[in-house]
Design a protein around this ligand. Structure first.
Ligand code: BMA
Length: 373
């Protein structure tokens, strides 16, 4: 939970739920097509630069069957950038029926070479588990860990595995349902592994209201000491759910942490392949305490990345989706942010680390102070 001076003004801020009205503006897109402008209008932070050659990876780069390439985890390992991405395929026109996870390597984090074969998971019951998806990568003490979501016959779960060769993933642990979006911190805190996660409480929160939690483990198998980190009502541009995105990055000021934040509007109709898609996913950014990562030091009240370009909001399977899964801090201070766009392609945006920290820590006026100015 938010524990510093920012807490009250974030929690007291006018929540998006109260300002969403069922309205969709129709505008002409770049290619002359009609595009939907969602209300309320959300814009990306001015500190964000999208890579001009986006997407960095799509179905066109695949050596195997592919329709949608997105929601990748990215890390640096043995001098290379490594990406594990979700690849959806199969089905007829505008549908997919299968998922596997592909692997790509890069020297610059921009141009990627895709491995011929997708990852093979080991150590699970094939009758129970239907697919693995939305991978995240964290290197801890030189070892690569893969977090992933699991669809099983008995619910959605989150898991952790390890890989040495990027050909196989050996599963270490899988949660109980319903949990997902797990990401591992690259270092232990007080001798324990730490992960962010997003359980789905079905009872007691009313409609879908899903928050970001943190758990600790001595061995990556047994998880406990769980605590709430950030609740959906703490995020002014979310009214539905939030969840962890990329594994946090250490800075002098704290753990720089991306999350996804969802607003939903029943007035939204068709945008994408499905008859109805009522949600919009933005990327948000927060700073967590280095010693006690369950403590939020600060959080930007605006989205870091909101869907705006044609590949984020006018095309693809589920439009208006920004789903980050990788964040890399370069020695130059540049931060590379990798995100799935519209559940269809994988994209890159960059920002300066100082700008991102300022977004999370700048002094904000409380509603009372604002009135007085
Ligand atoms: C979430 C997950 C993600 C997906 C997102 C937007 O619930 O299924 O894989 O990117 O929805 O569709």
């Amino acid at each position: 939970m938010l524990l510093n001076g920012q807490a009250s003004d974030i929690i007291n801020s006018v929540h998006i739920k109260t300002i969403i009205i069922s309205r969709v503006l129709r505008l002409r897109g770049l290619k002359g097509q009609i595009v939907m402008q969602l209300s309320p209008i959300l814009k990306s932070s001015s500190v964000i630069k999208r890579y001009a050659g986006n997407p960095v990876l799509s179905k066109n780069d695949m050596p195997f069957e592919s329709k949608l390439v997105f929601n990748a985890g990215v890390t640096k390992y043995n001098g290379k950038y490594v990406m594990v991405f979700r690849n959806d395929y199969g089905g007829g026109e505008n549908s997919v029926t299968k998922t596997n996870l592909g692997v790509a390597f890069s020297d610059d984090g921009i141009r990627w070479d895709v491995r011929e074969k997708p990852l093979v998971f080991r150590g699970y019951d094939e009758n129970e588990i239907r697919r693995f998806y939305d991978p995240r990568l964290t290197v801890i003490d030189g070892k690569v860990f893969v977090c992933f979501a699991v669809d099983s016959r008995h619910g959605v779960m989150g898991g952790i595995g390890t890989t040495g060769d990027f050909e196989h993933v050996d599963i270490i642990s899988v949660s109980t349902p319903d949990n997902r979006n797990m990401v591992l911190f690259p270092e232990k805190a007080s001798g324990l592994y730490v992960r962010l996660e997003r359980p789905f409480p079905v009872y007691s929160r009313g409609a879908d209201r899903f928050d970001m939690w943190l758990s600790k483990s001595p061995d990556l198998r047994f998880w406990g000491e769980s605590s709430l980190v950030l609740a959906v009502e703490d995020v002014p541009y979310a009214n539905n759910k939030i969840g962890p995105a990329a594994p946090p990055v250490r800075t002098d000021k704290g753990w720089l942490t991306l999350f996804h934040a969802v607003d939903k509007d029943e007035g939204r109709g068709k945008n994408g392949w499905e008859d109805f898609w009522k949600k919009r996913y933005c990327a948000g950014i927060a700073l967590l305490d280095l010693e006690n990562p369950e403590k939020v030091i600060g959080m930007s009240k605006e989205p870091l990345i909101a869907p705006e370009t044609y590949y984020e909001s006018d095309e693809g399977y589920r439009q208006n989706v920004i789903f980050p899964g990788g964040m890399i801090l370069e020695d130059s201070g540049e931060v590379k942010i990798y995100y799935g766009a519209a559940d269809t392609v994988e994209c890159l945006a960059t920002a300066d680390v100082t700008d991102l920290l300022n977004l999370c820590t700048e002094k904000r006026l409380s509603p009372k102070e604002l009135k007085a100015t």
